[in-house]
Design a protein around this ligand. Structure first.
Ligand SMILES: *Cc1c(COP(=O)(O)O)cnc(C)c1O
Length: 459
């Protein structure tokens, strides 16, 4: 079978162990299942699901999608027989404790010995909580994020009624320090959102230099590492990325999505605050001293009420099997993702068809199709995207500013109007090589990409 199914047997073995904890209760299942009706519905659902791209397969190398680890899937399913709710200890007695332990491991990973944090439904809600706290601490001040920051920051600021400004990026998609300092000089900045791993390009904003600006101008720093956070464990990144991750412990709040690179099913983000006393802003009926005690009651420090206890059980189980340690098996997976992206980048630039402008800092690669002018290049990118999909290789498309590329990339556009070229965008191909298997599949990916390009360009 194309799917991993050994974990079904593991789940079958674990379920009776769960049941022994409740064996003193009288049986509660009243009627047997209507197996025929349920099977018919499940088969219908399975057939409907054929319509997806094969996100689980290494030849799906497009958007930021990957399957959960089998341990996460099995642990999540196991917990569903209890269906705990981590809004409060009453609803999720053990899964709340597991959440605290799992979040503690994430805080330790970023170098924090004290923290306040919890899981959320995803990165957007985690960022919303971090910016909500930022707004409470500096009412009326502006939030800054780069032009390549996740689009939801602007929207979150709208919801929270906080002023928002975006900061220009350099030609590698990182927050421009010159543009940031110019904006800081105008004053009134409360918080700078620093993205470690932008969603489109995997670019790392220059955190060490932004911390130096913070000394001079004074502002809060929130790091959005929803996608890139776990790469702090990888040892094969470039020096700028390593320096940024080494500075991570000095920021005020951090968002990391276990459902992006942490092998979890969707519904698992995480927000971390360095200063536990920000818990006072969440307070609804509990004294503020509560938040520094070990008796953390998660319902008192989350904006959301009901939250899946199963998500905490799945994350806890995954971290137990694959601890968040440097040079461990999990770190090795991230290193192989970066290695796959670096190798694809090398091959693209050695090819006569492609030009990849940005050496990938993490595991996202973007590239344009060489051509006389920008318009032709964009048309060819879309055609190669379709031709590759017909060969089972699924890529993504992204619009990039032409100024990310060398000026002579499109000779005809350049000679016609060099000034106008800089203001244009070009449609590019994009690949997120976020599965541990991608490195081993690189030849299979490359062969399909090459033949898709030949099909389109030699026609
Ligand atoms: C994915 C992502 C988000 C949004 O997270 P969701 O879990 O999709 O809500 C925010 N910021 C960055 C950098 C991301 O990559």
């Amino acid at each position: 079978m194309i799917f991993e199914d050994e974990s079904l047997a593991l789940l079958e073995a674990a379920l009776p162990v769960l049941a022994t904890g409740f064996s003193s209760l009288p049986p509660s299942q009243t009627a047997p299942l209507d197996r025929a009706a349920m099977l018919a519905v499940l088969e219908l659902a399975a057939t409907r699901l054929h319509e997806n791209y094969p996100y689980f397969h290494p030849l799906y190398a497009g958007q930021m999608l990957k399957p959960p680890h089998p341990i996460a899937r099995a642990a999540y399913a196991l917990a569903m027989w209890i269906n705990p709710n981590n809004h409060a200890l009453d609803g999720g007695r053990v899964s709340s404790q597991m959440e605290i332990e799992a979040v503690h491991a994430l805080a330790s990973m970023v170098g924090w010995s004290t923290h306040l944090g919890h899981l959320t439904s995803g990165g957007t809600f985690a960022n919303l909580e971090a910016l909500w706290i930022a707004g409470q601490l500096a009412p009326g001040k502006t939030i800054l994020a780069s032009e390549q920051a996740h689009y939801t920051h602007h929207r979150i600021c709208g919801v929270l009624q906080l002023a928002f400004d975006s900061v220009a990026v350099d030609i590698r998609g990182r927050m421009s320090l010159a543009a940031l300092e110019a904006r800081l000089q105008q004053g009134d900045v409360g918080t700078v959102v620093v993205t470690l791993g932008t969603t489109a390009l995997g670019a790392i904003d220059p955190l060490p230099q932004i911390l130096a600006l913070c000394e001079k101008y004074g502002f809060r720093i929130h790091v959005d590492a929803a996608y890139g956070g776990y790469f702090t464990l990888a040892s094969n990144l470039g020096p700028e990325a390593i320096a940024a991750y080494e500075a991570l412990a000095q920021v005020d709040s951090i968002v990391i999505d276990p459902h992006k690179h942490g092998l979890q099913p969707y519904g698992c983000g995480c927000v971390l605050f360095q200063d536990p006393s920000v818990g006072r802003f969440y307070k609804h009926n509990s004294p503020y001293t509560y938040f520094t005690s070990n008796e953390l009651h998660l319902g008192e420090i989350t904006l959301e009420c009901s939250r899946a206890g199963a998500a905490a059980v799945a994350l806890w189980a995954t971290q137990r099997l694959l601890p968040l340690t440097r040079s461990g098996e999990f770190a090795g997976m991230l290193e192989s993702c970066h290695a796959a992206a670096a190798e694809l980048y090398r091959r693209l630039n050695a090819s006569p068809y492609f030009i990849a402008p940005i050496n990938p800092q993490l595991d996202i690669v973007v590239w344009a199709i060489r051509g006389a002018n920008v318009e032709e290049s964009s048309v060819h990118a879309r055609a190669i995207f379709d031709a590759a999909a017909r060969k089972d290789l699924h890529l993504a498309l992204v619009q990039l500013p032409c100024e990310f590329f060398p000026l002579d990339t499109w000779p005809a556009s350049h000679s016609a109007n060099p000034e106008a070229l800089n203001a244009k965008h070009v449609t590019c191909l994009r690949s997120v090589l976020m599965k541990p298997e991608h490195f081993a599949w690189l030849n299979a990916i490359w062969d399909r990409l090459q033949s898709a390009a030949e099909e389109v360009l030699k026609r």
